[in-house]
Ligand binder design. Structure first.
Ligand code: UGA
Length: 440
């Protein structure tokens, strides 16, 4: 089948590559000329394991191309996916400016019937707005049956770092669709993905839209919940790693997303929790539970700074080494990364900061060059450091040579913001280690 995907950001690009890999003909559309040039040359603008390889393979196979020209991208496409960004507006709501602008452009470029699929994360009610603005552009009356287009909601559940795997082998595909004929088309489009038993859930449009926020808000709640338990562990001498095991082995609870740490970041959870609070309140529903999730998360991000302040009250001439700047491992994305809170707090206190991250250095340098020293490998940032903060759980940090770490640092203190190390083991090696909820 033929489709175009408007927006070549994280979701759009991986979706486009995923559909091409499954044998569909895909055109990626983006208004950023440089991005399209880079993609057309087979270079991915983001780091995502395996992405560039599949990008090249599908371009060479003639199933994937990129353009800045929407009308050209749509020319032969039955499906037009909208996968542009929905950042928070000042009041916390999702800013739909880009989504609705693309919807209008699609309407202006219609050369035949199209299925318009909203892939961007959008608040409940947005597909109706897409329908409305497209009708406006086409001079069609609201609510009157028409055969120019249909609007479908099809939220994406991919995770950065395992995005391709998530897209190619999804836990589920959620499709919100009112027209049974279009439901069949969507099932056909997703058939190659769901052959191995991954289900397509067809539902009404509003439920599909809300599902996406409900899923992300629940996962964020799980993380803030375990972080609250970690606070209790620290106050009571319990160890959150044991509590997690004991709790998570109940299948109703489950182990995933139950890791205490320096809080969640990224382009999704912080934004989507805010947007869902806004949606609830706009509907007159108190959203206290999610406000608390946000408050706990903000607090978690401050923990490394609190420990540094406690160890060095009014400290001057401190050198802080940071391992990890990305918001999680296997990505170069630093949006809302917990590491940035530590980094900026240290700079504000006048501490010297030296940082290493395996993939996020380009993004970090663009923002902090001249203010932070960047290392080429993990040990380079340690010399003369008073404290080491582990803030992203990259594998390369998992089993360091502790003797070397100790030799290089001025004072052997580790703040383990991702609970990667055993504080007792480090203590036996003469290294002070502070985890999150390790009962110390
Ligand atoms: C998240 C969701 O997991 C995806 O299902 C969703 O599709 C995506 O948002 C989206 O809406 O586009 P992502 O932001 O890529 O995916 O990253 P996650 O793996 O969910 O991690 C989010 C943050 O939570 C990271 O900072 C991570 O370190 C933190 N986290 C995760 C914890 O602190 N503890 C955990 O147990 C798990």
């Amino acid at each position: 089948m033929k489709l175009c995907v408007v927006g070549s950001g994280y979701v759009g690009l991986v979706t486009a590559v995923g559909f091409a890999e499954m044998g569909h003909d895909v055109v990626g559309v983006d208004n950023d000329v440089r991005k399209v040039e880079s993609l057309s040359a087979g270079r991915s603008p983001i780091y995502e394991p395996g992405l560039e390889e599949l990008l090249l393979r599908n371009m060479e196979g003639g199933r994937l191309s990129f353009t800045t020209d929407l009308a050209q991208g749509m020319a032969e496409s039955l499906f037009c996916f909208i996968a542009v960004g929905t950042p928070n507006a000042d009041d916390g709501s999702a800013d739909l400016g880009a989504v609705l602008a693309v919807a209008r452009q699609i309407a202006r470029s219609l050369s035949g019937y199209r299925v318009v699929v909203v892939k961007s994360t959008v608040p409940v009610g947005t597909s109706k707005k897409v329908d409305q603005v497209m009708r406006e552009e086409l001079g069609l009356a609201p609510g009157v049956p028409q055969e120019r287009f249909d609007v479908v909601s099809n939220p994406e559940f991919l995770k950065e770092g395992s995005a391709l795997e998530d897209v190619l082998r999804p836990d589920r595909v959620v499709v919100g669709v009112d027209n049974p004929r279009v439901a069949e088309l969507m099932k056909e489009l997703y058939a190659p993905f769901t052959r191995n038993g991954h289900p397509v859930y067809l539902m009404d449009v509003a439920s599909a839209e809300l599902t996406k926020y409900a899923a992300n808000a629940f996962l964020a709640t799980k993380i803030s919940f375990i972080n609250k338990m970690a606070e209790l562990c620290d106050a009571s001498g319990a160890d959150i790693m044991n509590v997690r095991l004991g709790m998570g082995s109940d299948r109703r609870i489950g182990m995933p997303f139950l890791y205490a740490g320096v809080g969640y970041g990224g382009s999704c959870f912080p934004k989507d929790v805010k947007a869902l609070i806004h949606t609830g309140e706009a509907l007159g529903i108190p959203m206290g539970i999610l406000k608390e999730v946000e408050a706990i998360n903000a607090r978690q991000k401050e923990i490394p700074l609190d420990i540094i302040d406690r160890l060095h009250p009014g400290g001057t001439d401190l050198k802080v080494a940071i391992w990890g700047g990305a918001f999680k491992a296997e990505t170069d994305d630093i949006r809302e990364a917990s590491a940035l809170v530590t980094l900026e707090g240290c700079l504000a206190r006048g501490h010297r900061v030296a940082l290493y991250d395996p993939e996020a250095m380009v993004n970090l340098k663009a923002r902090y060059d001249g203010r932070v020293t960047f290392g080429k490998e993990p040990y380079e940032v340690l010399s003369g450091a008073d404290v080491l903060c582990l803030l992203t759980e990259w594998r390369v940090f998992r089993t360091p040579d502790w003797d070397r770490v100790k030799k290089l640092m001025r004072r052997a203190v580790v703040i383990d913001g991702r609970n990667q190390y055993d504080p007792r083991d480090l203590s036996a090696r003469g290294i002070e280690c502070y985890g999150i909820g390790r009962g110390l």
